[in-house]
Every structure is written in C-alpha cells, then in structure tokens.
Design a protein around this ligand. Structure first.
Ligand code: MEV
Length: 353
C-alpha cells in the first residue's frame, strides 16, 4: 500500500484575475493536507472511499468516464462552453466523479486493469476555498502513480488540474500547481509557474496567517462565471484585472523583502478590487473589518469568494483568531508557504520543480 499526501492552499493575491490570459496570482501551500492510500486489487474494480461516500465499479467504467471527460474537454475547447464538464461531475453519484476519472485515466494510460482500492481523507476544510479538491486530487494521483512506480509531479499536476476542470469548468490551474509543487508559487495564466524562494518565510516556519471560515459555501465555478459575466456586461471593470496584476507584481517584491505591513496594505487593496468585482459578501466584509480593528496589517477573502475563507496578516495572528471567535467565526492560524507539495509518505519522496 502506498500513502501520498498533498497540501491545501491559500491565494495571497490575484484570484479571479488569474483566470484570464496574462492574469497573475500568488498562492501558497498550507499546513493542512489531504491523504490517499492506494493498493492494487486484482479483481478489476476501482473502490473509492472518502468523506463523500463509497463506490465500487469495474475499471472499465472509470476508464469510460475518463474517456468521456477527455472528449468533453476537447469539445469545450472548441465551443468555449464548459457546462458539459460540470454536467459529468453532477451526474456522478456522491460527487466522486473527479476521483473516478483520475483512477480511470491512470488505469488507461498505464494499461493497468486489475483495479485499485483508494482511501481518501482530508484535513483541508471543504468548501472553504482552500484548495480541497486539488489537494485531494493531487494526493490520489500521487498515490496511484507511486503505487505503479510512475510517480511524476508533472503528471500529478495534470491529473489534479483535470479533476478541478470537472468541478469548475475553466479553472486557471493555480490551485493544482501550488498543491503539487508546494511553497509559494507565482502563476501567470499561459506561462510556466515559478516557485518563490523567501528565506525569512522559511526561517519562521511559514507565513502565519489568521484564517476565518465565513460558513457560507459557494461553488468556485459559479463565482468564476459571475465575474466573467460582470466583465462582459461592464467592460469598464476590465481595468480592475490590470490593477490586480500590478498588486501581484508588487506582492512578489513585498514578500521577498518580507515587509508584512506593506503586504497587508496590498491585501486590503486586493480586497477592494474583489469587492468591486462582486465576489465579496457582508460576512466577508465583517471578518475583514474585525481583523483590521483587532490590529491586522491587512485582510481579504481568499480564493473564489462569495463565502469561504478570509485571511488576515498580523504581527500576532492568534489575537485575530481569538477576536474572530468571539464574533462567532470558526478561525485558526495556518502556516503557509513552507509546506511541501505532493509527496509519498511511505517509500520514495520526490517533489518540487
Ligand atoms: C482559485 O482558488 C480561485 C480562482 O482564481 C479560480 C481559479 O484560479 O481557477 C477564483
């Protein structure tokens, strides 16, 4: 049996803008991980067990789903309509389609039809826009490939990205990339991602952020579609994406010099843009104001918005967490940017670029 794991993530700057060509963002892996244990079976079935449920089907069915998904991706490239990908996701019982599709792709591409038993569990809180689906996808892909002695981070990234496509339709790819490679990643749509080396961050065991859960759950795909619609209907808002790219560029310098108070100002500016794009909600705004009043350098939603998580940067993040809790938020400190990407927990370890 092989066990592989992959971290969750937060987006520090640039969510939504990064979905568009030339859009930039910075994301960091967090110290909350997903785990997948994988074993070959021998009875020609794929058994998947996760928090979502349990499913046992012939390998052929998983391969069929992978083929159907690949055709739908090809068609959506031509039409620009990503709804069929989402329909495949919704038509699979218990939302286990992405996990089945990954198993089907690996079985097909490696010509291994004797089946797998896959157990998945995650400590990344789900629905909080902290990269749960990418993290689970990368852990599963890492486990399957390692089990066949084919562990390869690029393939893990591709498989986790495919799983995200099934859920979101047209994600940027930043989530699967950061959970696969770990650390802090700068990502520009259409270019090779880069990992940032920030010595002060590593010396501190990561950048410690206060993170609050708004308790509101919204699909990333819906929020991405909402912003796309807003930009189509109100083209003058397009300049906000350019402004966010400039925040990301400045964010790279600020993180390198580890200037936390400037990083906080950039976060506030980024939040203002996200609000203008329509992805903030009153509960997010409350969490940001509470954090700023409690002394945070900056606060913003992270990921798709509409709910999910708020991150705050502060000298004493635990104080922000305490204040949030007194206001009824579920909150914690997470260490980000010092976490490895996908790795095999038993046996060989390989990660990074
Ligand atoms: C990613 O966590 C959040 C969005 O930028 C979507 C994407 O990049 O795919 C909103």
């Amino acid at each position: 049996m092989v066990v592989a794991s992959a971290p969750g993530k937060v987006i520090l700057f640039g969510e939504h803008g990064v979905v568009y060509k030339g859009g930039k963002a910075i994301a960091a892996a967090i110290n909350q991980r997903s785990y997948a244990s994988v074993e070959r079976r021998g009875d020609g079935h794929v058994l998947i067990q996760s928090d979502l449920g349990i499913s046992r089907e012939p390998v052929d069915k998983a391969v069929g789903l992978a083929n159907e998904f690949d055709s739908a991706v090809e068609a959506s490239r031509k039409t620009g309509d990503y709804a069929p990908l989402r329909s495949l996701y919704e038509s699979e019982p218990m939302r286990l389609g992405p996990a089945k599709m990954i198993a089907g792709r690996v079985a097909r591409d490696e010509k291994v039809y004797d089946g797998f038993t896959i157990h998945i569990n995650t400590r990344v809180p789900s629905g909080c826009h902290r990269g749960t689906s990418s993290s689970v996808g990368a852990a599963e892909a890492g486990g399957l490939l390692a089990c066949l002695d084919r562990f390869d981070v690029r393939r893990v990234d591709e498989l986790a990205y495919a799983a995200d496509r099934m859920i979101v339709g047209s994600p940027s790819g930043i989530d699967s990339t950061v959970v696969t490679y770990g650390g802090v990643v700068t990502f520009t749509k259409g270019e090779e991602p880069k990992q940032m080396n920030i010595p002060s961050l590593h010396a501190n065991g990561g950048l410690h952020l206060a993170v609050a859960d708004t308790g509101v759950r919204v699909d990333t795909g819906k929020m991405v579609a909402l912003v796309r619609r807003t930009l189509n209907e109100r083209p003058e808002k397009g300049r906000l994406i350019g402004e966010m790219n400039r925040i990301v560029e400045e964010g790279v310098d600020v993180l390198k010099s580890y200037d936390l108070s400037r990083a906080g100002l950039l976060m506030n500016h980024n939040q203002w843009i996200l609000r203008s794009l329509g992805v903030s909600i009153p509960r997010i705004e409350d969490a940001c104001s509470i954090a700023l009043r409690a002394g945070a350098y900056g606060a913003k939603l992270t990921g798709a918005g509409g709910g999910g998580s708020v991150i705050a940067l502060a000298e004493h993040p635990e104080r922000i967490v305490e204040t949030w809790r007194t206001h009824g938020f579920d909150a914690d400190v997470v260490a980000c940017g010092a976490e490895n990407g996908v790795r095999v927990e038993n046996g060989l370890r390989r990660s990074m670029f």
